[in-house]
Design a protein around this ligand. Structure first.
Ligand SMILES: Cc1cc2nc3c(=O)[nH]c(=O)nc-3n(C[C@H](O)[C@H](O)[C@H](O)COP(=O)(O)OP(=O)(O)OC[C@H]3O[C@@H](n4cnc5c(N)ncnc54)[C@H](O)[C@@H]3O)c2cc1C
Length: 351
């Protein structure tokens, strides 16, 4: 059967894919193996300005103006009030973005990218522009090659829904619980998501998380988890654009992947829009997008270095550094800068 032809195909309809697709008009296909917003893999913590700027503020579950970092008995509280954080409802957030898209959505799993065609469980599709937003596996950019998530470029995260009602967003570093990683407590209104992340990509985290929750006498509900990258990857591969986890854009150390996926997705979408309109060639568009991502290489390298230090430095040093970073003169220098990374203005929302 001949492949159905579109102007552009976006593979993956989560943060990255929706950010690309909401910029596009015309004959655009948005593919995902699941319904939009159906499968949550993350704690959904991001700066409050993100859902506000995207017009999905109704998805916000809880706003956080403080972040506590715990190391053993030592706890440091960061003032986030300059750039407050929030936790949001994944389904409401994604559905809100989906409503801003004109693309045709097809629920189908992409099985391969062959001879210029995107082969799926619902048939084959082709387009001059392909954007891979399929998460850490990068089903199009990595092709048939099976990705080895154990190569040190991927963190594994696992979290559980719990009934803990709290007003403290918390990260904890406890090498007895998670030797090469960190833990978190993200209050989400009616309870909290409590999780562990292994920077070395160790995926058997359930016993450690269960042990931690038992120790704290916290009952656990459903668990979810997956890999996410901690090293910036390729923004383009051949004539394919890659966005979000498919391009390794999740931030090292903090494991924030939502904001980069949305930011780079928006930038990629604006470029693809110009390609579809005929005002930019595909080659120029690929080069332009690659250039935008490259500008952030240094920032990614710095965060990766701090991630390395978090795993290897003595805990007493880390405690001293986190204390220093929470106060003047350091805190006002780095927090607003970090918190506003990727800022997009409401005016940038597509008409
Ligand atoms: C436990 C955990 C907690 C996290 N907490 C946070 C947090 O609080 N804040 C934060 O910023 N980041 C967090 N992250 C990281 C964040 O979830 C990711 O970086 C982010 O989801 C990346 O977005 P994405 O759109 O690139 O990929 P994804 O969200 O992974 O979306 C990929 C999409 O592609 C679809 N797909 C995959 N394969 C196929 C296929 N073959 N065919 C069709 N469709 C396909 C999937 O169904 C999915 O909808 C967390 C990650 C984990 C694992």
């Amino acid at each position: 059967m001949p492949a159905v032809e579109y102007a552009a195909i976006v593979v993956g309809a989560s943060f990255a894919g929706l950010a690309v697709a909401r910029q596009l008009r015309g004959s655009v296909l948005l593919l995902d193996r699941n319904d939009v917003g159906a499968i949550q893999t993350s704690a959904c913590g991001t700066p409050l300005w993100v859902p506000e700027a995207l017009g999905v503020a109704k998805s916000v579950l809880q706003v956080h103006e403080r972040l506590t970092v715990r190391m053993g008995n030592h706890a440091v509280t960061y003032d986030l009030s300059d750039v407050p954080f929030c936790t949001f409802d994944y389904e409401a957030f994604c559905r809100g973005l989906r409503d801003q898209c004109e693309a045709r959505f097809v629920k189908a799993a992409v099985t391969e990218w062959k001879d210029g065609q995107v082969v799926t469980t619902a048939g084959s599709f082709s387009a001059p522009v392909i954007v891979d937003c399929s998460g850490w596996r990068g089903v199009v950019v990595n092709g048939a090659a099976r990705l080895q998530p154990s190569l040190g470029a991927y963190t594994f995260g696992l979290e559980a829904h719990t009934p803990v009602r709290d007003d403290k967003l918390t990260f904890f570093l406890d090498r007895n619980v998670i030797p090469r990683g960190l833990g978190w407590i993200f209050p989400v209104g009616s309870g909290s998501l409590i999780g562990l992340g292994s920077y070395s990509g160790h995926s058997k985290l359930r016993p450690a998380l269960e042990h931690y929750l038992r120790r704290e006498a916290i009952p656990a509900g459903a668990y979810h988890g997956t890999y996410f990258p901690n090293r910036l990857g390729r923004a383009t591969a051949g004539r394919v654009f890659a966005v979000g986890d498919a391009a390794g854009q999740c931030l090292p150390l903090t494991a924030e992947g939502i904001r980069p996926a949305l930011y780079f997705g928006g930038e990629c979408g604006k470029i693809v829009k110009r390609i579809i309109a005929g005002s930019l060639t595909l080659d120029a568009g690929l080069a332009s997008y690659d250039g935008i991502v490259r500008r952030y290489r240094k920032a990614y390298r710095i965060l990766r270095w701090v991630q390395w230090a978090t795993v290897h430095a003595p805990t007493s040093w880390l405690a001293a550094l986190t204390e220093l970073a929470a106060h003047r003169p350091l805190h006002p220098r780095w927090w607003p800068r970090y918190g506003r990374f990727g800022r997009f203005e409401p005016a940038e929302a597509p008409a």
